[in-house]
Design a protein around this ligand. Structure first.
Ligand code: ATP
Ligand code: MG
Length: 425
């Protein structure tokens, strides 16, 4: 293992200065190290991104020592929440402005290709060599305050500068084929190339069907992460180029419009739909992809055991888009209301983004701004009071009133009652 004084220590200092809670955490590490000799390393994506000058808020820290001790100290000294996974010897700390994953240094082995790894405690070096690519195997030792060392495989720093994705050992893609999908993600996200031997190894693993050995859940997880990338569309194209689409959804139609749709979903600010931040970003992106590929959706849903809820959303999106594509500008409010009432917000939102028909966008906006929250000006009990007999007639009249209200024929309760009285004559 090659370790050197971190020449870019000023970069790290800048990051630390921007995050007071990280500063506090490093002070705790300093104290623990002085007391017990435990060692602490920033690792993985956070280090990669610091060196690339990219902002990163997810911090991975490898601990060569006891995670319990870290939690004990953090609890006593910082305002934080944590979840401790004792069995895996990992913990997630939520500090003021940061999420920190702590992991006990480990050694991994694979019972068979594609299996989840067997884990035993290990040294920091073991923990580095179990990682996926050199660019993700860089670490900064932060055991002692103000002495930060950049460590990692010999090639790693150079690979990062040269934009190369390189595996750490020959069987890497076989042991964990999710790394094939991860490699593509980093290439597309960072604009990196694949190192030549790594490329050969990946082609061979794909040709030998290595991804078949991984559970569909794990492939789906990688796919969802890919869809949330800014470069999602390029990743989908790369799947096809690398013959990987067969493991996800073969023969997807990828019109250029989808690229814009995925970008739009990413920076969506629709003032008229509330709580969009509670939507599952993966679901929205899947809806966008399959809006262009309804005929491929069923196989995908079955393959990845997607929920009934998702499959219903897709079905209602298909039916609805067919209906509103045929609408003309004279469509009435009550018709829009009727079409949309039982449709999930996620579907309407995705349809709004994915359609390039202005009328459809206008209709969806009209629904949210003018119709969705309209309340019937009368209730069943009002109708009974003016002599409507209990039974199906009540619902029928309430519906009629609602339609007339939506279409501006009835304005208020008074109008509504008059309307019903006339209907009763
Ligand atoms: P991102 O910015 O996408 O989160 P990341 O590098 O932080 O990138 P994570 O998936 O969050 O990636 O994983 C954190 C680190 O764990 C990686 O940098 C890598 O060192 C290691 N890692 C994750 N998945 C694997 C894997 N399948 N095989 C080996 N190492 C992995
Ligand atoms: Mg990460």
């Amino acid at each position: 293992m090659n370790c050197c004084i971190l020449e870019e220590s000023s970069l790290l200092e800048k990051v630390i200065n921007n995050h007071p809670s990280l500063q506090q955490l490093l002070e705790i590490f300093d104290d623990i190290h002085a007391e017990s000799g435990d060692r602490f390393f920033l690792v993985g994506g956070f280090v990669r991104d610091i060196l690339l000058g990219v902002n990163s808020y997810d911090i991975d820290i490898a601990v060569e020592g006891s995670i319990d001790r870290v939690i004990e100290y953090v609890n006593a000294r910082i305002d934080s929440d944590y979840i401790y996974y004792e069995r895996f010897q990992t913990a997630t700390l939520t500090l003021e402005d940061l999420k920190v994953d702590l992991i006990t240094c480990r050694k991994e082995s694979y019972d068979h290709d594609g299996a989840l790894p067997d884990i035993v405690p290990g040294t920091f070096e073991d923990d580095i060599w179990r990682r996926d690519f050199t660019i993700n195997a860089l670490a900064i030792e932060v055991s002692q305050k103000n002495t930060y060392l950049l460590c990692g495989p010999k090639q790693a720093r150079e690979d990062l500068s040269n934009g190369q994705v390189r595996i750490l050992h020959e069987r890497s893609f076989y042991e964990d084929p999710t790394r094939i999908f991860r490699a593509i993600r980093y290439m597309c996200r960072l604009g990196f190339e694949m190192e030549i031997e790594t490329k050969k190894s990946m082609i061979e693993a794909i040709e030998n069907g290595a991804p078949n050995k991984v559970s569909s859940d794990r492939i789906f997880t990688e796919f969802c992460r890919d869809l949330s990338e800014r470069a999602a569309f390029d990743i989908l194209l790369a799947y096809r180029e690398w013959n990987l689409d067969q493991y996800i959804a073969p023969g997807l139609d990828l019109p250029f419009k989808l690229k814009d749709d995925l970008v739009m979903l990413d920076k969506l600010e629709l003032r008229f739909i509330e709580d969009t931040e509670n939507f599952d970003p993966c679901e929205l992106r899947l809806l966008a992809v399959f809006h262009h590929n309804y005929s491929k959706a069923q196989v995908f849903i079955e393959k990845f055991h997607l929920s009934k809820r998702f499959s219903n959303m897709l079905l209602s999106m298909e039916k609805l888009s067919d209906k509103i594509m045929r609408a003309d500008s004279g469509i009435k409010n009550s018709q829009i209301y009727d079409h949309f009432l039982d449709i999930q917000d996620e579907v309407l939102l995705t349809l709004y983004v994915c359609t390039d028909v202005m009328l459809v966008k206008n209709i969806i906006e009209r629904y949210y701004t003018k119709l969705k929250n309209v309340i019937n000006p009368v209730r069943g009990s009002d109708l009974l009071k003016i002599g409507v007999q209990p039974g199906p007639k009540v619902r029928e009249l309430l519906n009629e009133v609602m339609i007339a209200h939506l279409d501006g024929i009835i304005e208020n309760r008074e109008d509504a009652l008059k309307y019903v009285e006339i209907r009763l004559e």
